[in-house]
Design a protein around this ligand. Structure first.
Ligand code: DOR
Length: 445
C-alpha cells in the first residue's frame, strides 16, 4: 500500500517546507518524490501542516483494573483524535506494572485493543530492583518518589540509591516530597477548599523532591527524566544538570494557576498541584529555551462522579490527551511558542529521551506516524464530544484555533475530523514501540 500526501507544509528537521510525502509499508519512503509518482491513495494536504505524530510520554489509561475510568481502547482512540500516534503508559494500574510478567501481560492486552502505538513503563517498588535490572520491552523505570493515585511509592533513601546504582534503563520520577506533603496535610486538616491542594502539595514539596532525585541521578550518573515540572524553582537544578537530566511539562501546569480552583474546583486538582502565574511564565520560558525538552499530558482520567466529591475526597488527575496538541497550536498563535518548538517537544524529544527507534521526525525510513493539522480551524472543546471514557475536560467550553484533522499511524489513517465529526478506522491496531537503550550516554539535542 502506497500513500502520497500532497501539497502539505511538512515540519521536517531542517524546517517547514511544502513537499509531498510518499508512504509505503508503514514507513516514510520518500520526501519530495519525483513528479508523477504513483500511489494507491492520495491525500490532499493543501492548506494543512504535516507533523510527525505526537509521542505522549506520560499517560494513565487504567487498564487493567480501573477500566471504569478509561481503558486501552478508549484512551488510544482519544490519542488518535488528539494526533498522538504513540503513548507511553504509567505503571499505577491494578495490578501495578512492577514485574516483567505484568508488563508483558499489559503489552498483550494492548496488542488487541490499541488504536495507536504503545509502550509501558515498569514501576519501582522498595523491593523490586531485581525485576528492574532485568526489565525489557519498556521505555524505562517509573518511580513515584512522592505518592499519587495508587500505592506505588519509593521514599526510602536506601531503596532509591539501589535503584539508581543497579539499574541501567532510563528512569523518570514523580517528585513531591512525602514528609512535606504529610506535614502540610496535618496543618491544613479540616479545610474545605480545593485551593488547599496547592498548599499541601506546595512549591517546597516539588522542589525538595526534584532536588533529591537529581542528586541521586548526578551521583550515580544515571539518565533521569523529571516528570511534570510545576515550579520555577525546579528549573534551576534541571538547568544545572542539562545533559544528564531531561524534563517534562504538562499543558495544565502551563495554562492553569491557583485562581482557577474557584472556577473549576476538583477538575484542576492534580499531582503535582497547579501553581502560580509566575510559575506558568517560567515554565513557558523553559519550554522555549530547551531547559524542558518534553511536553506530555499526564492524562489521568477519573469519572465526573468521582471528581464531584467534596475536598479532600476527590481523586487527583485530569484528562488531556485528545486536546494537548490543539491547546499547544492555539498557544503558538498567541506567541507562547513556535510550531517547530511544538514538534521538537511533543514528537522528536520524547523519542530521543526514551530511545524509541524510527519515530519522532519526518525522515526517510522512519515510521509513517503523522498528524495533519489545520492551523486556522476554530473549535470549541465540549465535554459531550470527548472520546476519553471519563467524558469531560477541564477545558470544556474553551475555543481554540488550530487542531489535528487527520492522524496516520504506520501509514494508515486512523482518525479523521470530517466537518467536525470524528471518524475512526475501528479495525486498525497500533504496534509496540521499539527501544534502542544500547546508546547509553547523555541527552544531546
Ligand atoms: O494527578 C495525578 N493523577 N498525578 C499523578 O501523578 C497520577 C495521576 C493518576 O494516576 O490519577
Amino acid at each position: 500500500m502506497r500513500t502520497l500526501i500532497r501539497h502539505g507544509h511538512c515540519v521536517l528537521p531542517a524546517g517547514i517546507v511544502e513537499v509531498d510525502l510518499l508512504l509505503e509499508n508503514g514507513r516514510i519512503l520518500g520526501i519530495d518524490p519525483p513528479a508523477g509518482t504513483a500511489a494507491d491513495e492520495t491525500i490532499d494536504a493543501t492548506g494543512l501542516h504535516v507533523l510527525p505524530g505526537v509521542i505522549d510520554d506520560q499517560v494513565h489509561f487504567r487498564d487493567p483494573g480501573l477500566t471504569h475510568k478509561e481503558d486501552l481502547r478508549t484512551g488510544s482512540l482519544a490519542c488518535a483524535k488528539g494526533g498522538v500516534t504513540t503513548f507511553l503508559e504509567m505503571p499505577n494500574t491494578t495490578p501495578a506494572t512492577i514485574t516483567q510478567q505484568a508488563l508483558e501481560e499489559k503489552l498483550a492486552l494492548a496488542a488487541g485493543k490499541c488504536a495507536v502505538n504503545y509502550g509501558f513503563y515498569i514501576g519501582a517498588t522498595p523491593e523490586n530492583a531485581g525485576e528492574l535490572k532485568q526489565a525489557h520491552r519498556t521505555p524505562g523505570i517509573k518511580i513515584f518518589i512522592g505518592s499519587s493515585t495508587g500505592n506505588l511509592l519509593v521514599d526510602d533513601q536506601q531503596a532509591l540509591e539501589q535503584i539508581f546504582a543497579e539499574t541501567t534503563l532510563p528512569i523518570c520520577a514523580h517528585c513531591e516530597d512525602e514528609a512535606t506533603v504529610r506535614a502540610n496535610r496535618e496543618r491544613l486538616a479540616g479545610g474545605t477548599s480545593f485551593a488547599d491542594h496547592s498548599k499541601i502539595r506546595d512549591h517546597a514539596a516539588a522542589v525538595i523532591s526534584t532536588r533529591r532525585a537529581i542528586d541521586l541521578a548526578h551521583r550515580h550518573q544515571h539518565r533521569f527524566h523529571v516528570l511534570h515540572v510545576s515550579t520555577a524553582d525546579e528549573l534551576e537544578f534541571i538547568r544545572d544538570h542539562r545533559g544528564l537530566i531531561t524534563a517534562e511539562v504538562c499543558p495544565h501546569h502551563l495554562l492553569f494557576q491557583i485562581d482557577d480552583y474557584e472556577r473549576l474546583g476538583s477538575l484542576v486538582q492534580m499531582n503535582p498541584s497547579i501553581k502560580t502565574a509566575k510559575d506558568n511564565a517560567a515554565l513557558w520560558e523553559a519550554l522555549r529555551d530547551g531547559t524542558i525538552q518534553v511536553l506530555a499530558t499526564d492524562h489521568a482520567p477519573h469519572t465526573l462522579e468521582e471528581k464531584q466529591q467534596p475536598w479532600p475526597k476527590a481523586p487527583s488527575g485530569l484528562p488531556a490527551v485528545e486536546n494537548s496538541l490543539a491547546l499547544m497550536l492555539d498557544a503558538s498563535r498567541r506567541g507562547e511558542c513556535t510550531l517547530e518548538q511544538i514538534v521538537q517537544r511533543m514528537c522528536t524529544a520524547p523519542a530521543r529521551v526514551w530511545d524509541i527507534v524510527n519515530k519522532g521526525q519526518i525522515v526517510e525510513g522512519y515510521d509513517a506516524d503523522l498528524v495533519l493539522v489545520d492551523l486556522e480551524r476554530e473549535h470549541t472543546i465540549r465535554n459531550q464530544e470527548q472520546v476519553t471514557k471519563c467524558g469531560w475536560s477541564p477545558w470544556d467550553g474553551v475555543t481554540l484555533t488550530g487542531c489535528p484533522v487527520r492522524t496516520i499511524v504506520g501509514g494508515q489513517t486512523v482518525y479523521q475530523n470530517q466537518d467536525g465529526r470524528n471518524v475512526f478506522d475501528e479495525a486498525f491496531r497500533g504496534t509496540e514501540a521499539v527501544y534502542d537503550h544500547g546508546r547509553g550516554g547523555h541527552w544531546a539535542e
